[in-house]
Design a protein. Structure first.
Length: 315
């Protein structure tokens, strides 16, 4: 069929899990297994037992799209995690410091949670919410394999979490990767395995699909505004694997208008040049990816931060 012939084939991205092995250790092991560094080929043209290093994120490697890693010892011992490059942006730009307290609001199956855990050097704490029990079970298994020790999985609806609850009073960083249409996912059928069951991937009816996108956008804005209500939260990163403006720029624009405590961070991932569609003032502060050009899934990231509190000058 047409959509299969036109499918974009992405390289196989892997993230080095620095909680188990360093970048150098993994590269040495790959070389010992007979892999060769190919710094020359275009990412979409990698062939054979070769790998490349990513130019943006130091712990990302790319391999040929058809490489079989399922029984690779580095995968089995948690040294590497199969994860698209773009899906590593949220934890990377959130950059929660060691010993901080974080929430991953829609966390399962937990790829971004384990990445955030690595960014924090396995210190501090991450409350990882998901309301799907089966998927939260996968998160527990995956984050254990990744050697994460700072994650507490919590079964529940993030929107119902009480920001005044004492357990969350020290939360300063929130990663929010809510259900989305999944319209940015291309290139690999196996992405579907990991995909949110509520995705519209096979939606054919255009009107139903549009209504669904708007319903998702409504949930997405509510979730961001809820994240802003945690008393000590400083930064919230919002992401989707959707290409629709309705779930991306429009959601960001709407929440910026709806409140005045949080703004877009000025300097989120400045070395990434593909920015938001010019749909509102400041849209260049958000990040987009384009599968054909960036060799990763279509993705969107916005980093919000609390405005510096104005100094009270009343005598
Ligand atoms: N961040 C995950 C990762 O990188 O592995 C992928 C998250 S997936 C896009 C969205 C998840 O949000 C699904 O697992 C879904 O069950 C969960 N979800 C949807 N609505 C939710 C809610 N109100 N509260 C908590 N989790 C929710």
């Amino acid at each position: 069929p047409e959509h299969i012939r036109n499918a974009i084939i992405l390289p196989r991205w892997v993230r080095i899990n620095t909680l188990v092995a360093s970048v150098d250790q993994v590269i040495k092991k790959l070389l010992a297994m007979g892999f060769v560094l190919d710094a020359e080929s275009h990412p979409s043209k990698l062939k054979g037992k070769v790998f490349q290093r990513d130019q943006h994120i130091p712990e990302m490697l790319l391999l040929p799209s058809n490489i079989d890693l399922h029984d690779n010892p580095l995968l089995l011992n948690g040294s590497i995690i199969i994860q698209d490059k773009a899906s590593c942006f949220p934890a990377y730009v959130l950059n929660a410091p060691r010993k901080s307290v974080c929430i991953d609001a829609c966390a399962a199956p937990g790829n971004k949670t384990s990445h955030l855990s690595a960014v924090m050097g396995n210190t501090g704490k991450i409350f990882a919410f998901d309301m799907d029990k089966r998927r939260l079970g996968i998160l527990s298994k995956m984050t254990k394999r990744a050697a994460c020790k700072n994650i507490e999985p919590v079964l529940g609806d993030f929107l119902s979490v009480d920001p005044a609850d004492q357990r969350y009073k020290e939360v300063e960083y929130i990663l929010l990767d809510p259900s989305c249409s999944g319209s940015g996912i291309v290139g690999r059928m196996d992405h579907l395995i990991d995909q949110d069951p509520t995705s519209e991937e096979n939606e054919t009816d255009a009107a139903a699909s549009e209504a669904r996108v708007l319903a998702l956008a409504d949930f997405q804005s509510k979730a961001i505004l809820h994240a802003f209500t945690f008393p000590k939260v400083k930064k919230v990163v919002y992401s989707t694997c959707s290409k629709h403006r309705e779930e991306n720029e429009d959601v960001v624009h709407k929440v910026l208008e709806a409140q005045s405590d949080f703004v877009l961070a000025e300097n989120a991932f400045p070395q990434w040049t593909r920015r938001g569609l010019p749909l509102f003032d400041g849209s260049s502060k958000v990040i987009r990816t384009e599968p054909k050009e960036d060799n990763c899934i279509g993705f969107f990231v916005a980093l919000f931060e609390r405005k510096a509190t104005t100094i009270d000058v009343t005598p």
